[in-house]
Structure formats: C-alpha cells, structure tokens
Design a protein around this ligand. Structure first.
Ligand SMILES: [Zn+2]
Length: 126
C-alpha cells in the first residue's frame, strides 16, 4: 500500500494558496475531487495529482437562509455544485455574487475561503 500523493490535508493546503488539485486514476482515468481513498469507477488506488483550472459553471445551487449556528451570522448565502471545465463536480460556497442573480450554467471560478486555520472551497465570479 502506498500513500496517495494528494491527501485531503494537502488538497486544502494547496487550495489555501489558490490551487485546485484533483486526482486522476492511473488505472481507468477517472477524475476525483476532493481526493478519495479509492477510485469510485474501478476501486483501485492509483491516483496521480492533476492541477485543475478552477473554472466551471453552476450545476445546481441552494440558498441557505437558516444556517447552522457557526454560520448563522453569514446567512443567507448560497452553496453550489460546480461542474468544473475538466468534468468533475465540486461543492462550494458562492461568494461575491448577488443571490438573486444565481442560475444554473453561470460561469464561476474557484476561490479559497480562508478563516483562521480552516480553508474551504468557494466560488466567485469567473
Ligand atoms: Zn479508476
């Protein structure tokens, strides 16, 4: 057993610097993000890191009006599934975009959301 080159930990470390990194299966070519333990298509563990553009379009979105306690002050905000140019989808928080302008198909660009020592995935205007 070898360790994957990209772990969730360094996925978020790279994301913090603005680089979105996925993994591509060395056996079947499937792309995954964030990194997973095993390939969902062929159940192998033969990942190779691949740099992603961070560009994509909104595939679906939800506006959160009643947020969990730690995000209560930030509501309302939107969370979207973004289909990246490379073909994989990633869940992220929408920032700097008016909620009433959101629509499926809207182009967005990856943006790291850093608060204290935590990095989460965000998307802003393309
Ligand atoms: Zn595979």
């Amino acid at each position: 057993m070898t360790e994957p080159l990209i772990t969730l930990k360094n996925f978020f470390e790279r994301a913090r610097d603005g680089a979105l990194t996925g993994v591509r299966c060395g056996k079947c070519g499937a792309l995954a993000i964030p990194p997973k333990e095993f390939c969902e298509s062929c159940h192998q563990r033969a990942w190779e890191p691949v740099a992603l553009s961070g560009q994509g379009t909104i595939a679906s979105y939800t506006i959160i009006r009643v947020a969990p306690a730690r995000h209560a002050a930030e509501a309302p905000y939107a969370v979207a599934v973004v289909k990246l140019k490379e073909g994989v989808s990633l869940l992220g928080r929408i920032v700097d975009m008016p909620l009433d302008k959101l629509q499926v198909g809207l182009p967005v660009k990856f943006r790291p959301l850093v608060s204290k020592d935590q990095t989460t995935v965000g998307f802003g205007p393309a």
